[in-house]
Design a protein around this ligand. Structure first.
Ligand SMILES: NC(=O)c1ccc[n+]([C@@H]2O[C@H](COP(=O)([O-])OP(=O)(O)OC[C@H]3O[C@@H](n4cnc5c(N)ncnc54)[C@H](OP(=O)(O)O)[C@@H]3O)[C@@H](O)[C@H]2O)c1
Length: 356
């Protein structure tokens, strides 16, 4: 069936609803749904948290139940699920509700669904139109990366100066950027399943790495890469609400620490092994908030997807440490990215870069 301008508007609205689950839905995808008949919105829904009802079921309830929806169109930001997971398949509910048409903004990359949801709807005589909206995918980078590559989406965050410095030679780095920039980081933390740092940062700054946007915010897993287990037992990262994980190697001294410890093979914590371990725990969107050494290691290993650089209008000079602590001799070896967004945040600039 031809897709009209109003179809696109309703689909955009479903995607906006999906974004309401940004901080609560992970590791599940953020999904929104709108049920419409003759231009009138009958029900709206979004997926709020893992284990909770899917967006389509919330919208069906919002419309007053399946008896009131015959002939309606369902606009949904991701293909309705066709399998019995934590909840029954949404396709069954839509078929029972006798909707006439489903318009979706993305095919679900989950191999248990991928096209099967659409097929089940078509088999039941429902018209299905798929309008691939980049925004629907952009809202769920971690879910798509996990399903398509068995890896998490890795977002590196750095606060630096105009000349790209992230710490003074003494280790001092608090604070290079403004309070507004630091508040902005909270949003990236809140949408992540895990926040990763290095032992260098733990020893220098003793950060909490918690989400503080609301009192009862979901806390991502806090992860420290610490090859010889030097994290102090009283480090803030271990004592805050939520879970902490120390990732170490066989070189670590055995000692009691008030956190879960994961031992990986290698002289240092292997970053590929770390990412596999995180994705196995359903951590599909990972924020790295580390110093130059670990940030540089992710960049040179090509194990990153996105870089968020907050740049303060300050120059810290040549003795300060650059945020990417690796050395190369030729321009040809540069780590390349492409700028997809720039935004002024307080006095600072936020630059969003995707891996080229
Ligand atoms: N401006 C900012 O955005 C920002 C953010 C965070 C920190 N900082 C500043 O950065 C400085 C600390 O930076 P840093 O570079 O020393 O610390 P870091 O990057 O946070 O941590 C580096 C440490 O991580 C451990 N590690 C484990 N596996 C690794 C791997 N595969 N690759 C690389 N490292 C691995 C290593 O210690 P082991 O070998 O012992 O495990 C390494 O020394 C401080 O001055 C802090 O204030 C600035």
């Amino acid at each position: 069936m031809a897709v009209s301008d109003s179809d696109r508007l309703f689909l955009d609205a479903a995607d906006e609803l999906a974004a309401r689950g940004l901080y609560s839905a992970p590791p599940n995808p953020k999904v929104g749904c709108l049920l419409v008949r003759q231009g009138v919105v009958l029900g709206r829904g979004w997926h709020e948290h893992t284990g909770g009802p899917h967006a389509e079921i919330v919208a069906l309830d919002d419309a007053g139940g399946i008896d009131r929806l015959a002939g309606a169109t369902c606009y949904v930001s991701l293909e309705p699920c066709a399998h019995h997971g934590r909840t029954p398949p949404c396709t069954e509910a839509l078929i029972k509700a006798k909707v006439a048409r489903v318009v979706a903004a993305a095919t679900d990359p989950n191999p248990l669904v991928s096209g099967a949801g659409f097929e089940m709807l078509r088999q039941a005589g429902i018209t299905v139109d798929v309008v691939e909206l980049p925004a629907a995918r952009d809202l769920n980078p971690g879910y798509f990366k996990q399903m398509e590559h068995d890896l998490p989406w890795v977002r590196l965050k750095v606060a630096g100066s105009l000349d790209g410095r992230a710490a003074m030679a003494s280790g001092e780095s608090q604070w290079i950027t403004s309070e507004a920039a630091r508040a902005d980081v909270q949003h990236f933390r809140a949408r992540s399943s895990a926040v990763v740092t290095g032992i260098g940062t733990v020893l220098a700054d003793d950060p909490a790495l918690t989400v503080r946007i609301t009192k009862d915010a979901r806390q991502p897993l806090r992860v420290v890469l610490d090859s010889t287990l030097r994290t102090p037992a009283n480090a803030r990262i271990l004592g805050e609400p939520g879970q902490a994980l120390l990732v170490t190697t066989r070189a670590a001294v055995t000692r009691d620490v008030p956190a879960e410890v994961l031992v990986l093979e290698g002289r240092r914590v292997p970053l590929d092994g770390l990412l596999s371990a995180l994705v196995a725990r359903d951590c599909n969107e990972v924020l790295v908030e580390a110093g130059p050494e670990l940030t540089g290691a992710f960049l040179t290993a090509g194990l990153w997807d996105e870089l968020i650089l907050y740049q303060a209008p300050k120059l810290l000079g040549a003795s300060a440490r650059g945020f990417a602590g690796f050395r190369i001799d030729a321009l040809a070896d540069a780590v390349d990215g492409r700028i997809v967004e720039t935004l002024q945040v307080g006095e600072d600039l936020r630059i969003r870069v995707l891996r080229a």
